[in-house]
Design a protein around this ligand. Structure first.
Ligand SMILES: Cc1cc2nc3c(=O)[nH]c(=O)nc-3n(C[C@H](O)[C@H](O)[C@H](O)COP(=O)(O)O)c2cc1C
Length: 215
C-alpha cells in the first residue's frame, strides 16, 4: 500500500506471492497458467518387462544444442520416468491438432502393466535407433538416449540426447526446417486449456555493429 500525492491510499495492483507460503497445488497451478504456451512432448518409453508406454509431458524443451539434448519433467514418479530409468531410452513425438484428443486420452493414469498403446489400440512402428516404438500416427519422432536426470524430489527432469530424428517429408520447407503451418503443433496452457498456433510473425535480430551505426 502507498499514498498518492493527494494523500489517498492507493491499493496495489499486483499480488505479491511467496511460493513457500502457498500450497504446492496452488503454486503449481499458478505457474502452470503463467508459463504458457508450453510445447508438448508425447513420450514413448518401454519398461524392462517390455510394456510400451505413451504419455504427454508439457514440461518439455530443448536443453542443449551440442550435443542435441531435450528434457521432460515427471511431476511425481510416473511410468514414463520409471521406464527411462529402467531401459535408458525414449521417443518424443510432437502433438498436432488432429491428435490432441488422442494425446489427452493417453494422459489417463493407466496401471504400469497396461500401456497406453495397448489400452487405446494405437498402431506403432519400430524406431530407427532405440527400443521404444514410435506412434504410427505421429509425423515427428525424436529418438533419445538418456543422458541423466536432475531429481528435485517431487519432480524429476529427465535428459535425453537426440540420436535420430524422423520427420514426415511433407512438413519440411526448402530450408530444411519444419513449416509450422504444416506441422500445426498444439501447446498446453493453464487449467485444462490447450492452444493452437496463432499469427506467426518474423523479427530479424540486429547485430551490434549495425545497431551502433544506426544510432
Ligand atoms: C497435455 C498434457 C501435458 C502433461 N504434462 C505433464 C508433465 O509435464 N509432467 C507430468 O508429470 N505429467 C504431465 N501430464 C500428465 C501425464 O500425462 C499423466 O500423469 C500420465 O498419466 C503419465 O503417464 P505415465 O504414468 O504413463 O508416464 C500432462 C498431461 C497432459 C494432458
Amino acid at each position: 500500500m502507498s499514498l498518492s500525492a493527494a494523500g489517498c491510499i492507493i491499493e496495489p495492483v499486483t499480488s505479491e506471492l511467496d511460493p513457500a507460503e502457498m500450497g504446492t497445488r496452488e503454486s503449481y497451478a499458478l505457474l502452470n497458467s503463467i508459463i504458457v504456451p508450453r510445447p508438448i512432448a508425447w513420450v514413448s518409453t518401454i519398461s524392462a518387462a517390455g510394456v510400451a508406454n505413451l504419455a504427454p509431458h508439457s514440461f518439455f524443451t530443448i536443453s542443449s544444442v551440442d550435443p542435441p539434448v531435450v528434457q521432460f519433467t515427471s511431476v511425481g514418479h510416473k511410468d514414463s520416468l520409471r521406464n527411462v530409468r529402467e531401459t535408458g531410452e525414449f521417443v518424443v513425438h510432437i502433438v498436432t491438432r488432429e491428435l490432441a484428443e488422442l494425446c489427452n486420452a493417453t494422459s489417463t493414469d493407466f496401471p504400469a502393466e497396461l500401456g497406453e498403446y495397448e489400452a487405446l489400440e494405437l498402431a506403432t512402428v519400430p524406431s530407427h535407433a532405440v527400443a521404444p516404438p514410435r506412434l504410427a500416427a505421429a509425423n515427428v519422432a525424436l529418438e533419445c538416449r538418456s543422458v541423466g536426470e536432475h531429481d528435485f524430489g517431487g519432480s524429476v527432469v529427465s535428459f535425453g540426447q537426440v540420436v535420430w530424428i524422423g520427420v514426415d517429408e511433407s512438413l519440411l520447407a526448402g530450408d530444411g526446417q519444419v513449416d509450422i503451418r504444416a506441422l500445426q503443433p498444439v501447446s498446453r496452457l493453464g487449467r485444462d486449456e490447450w492452444g493452437e498456433v496463432g499469427e506467426v510473425f518474423t523479427l530479424r535480430r540486429e547485430p551490434y555493429q549495425e545497431w551502433k551505426e544506426r544510432r
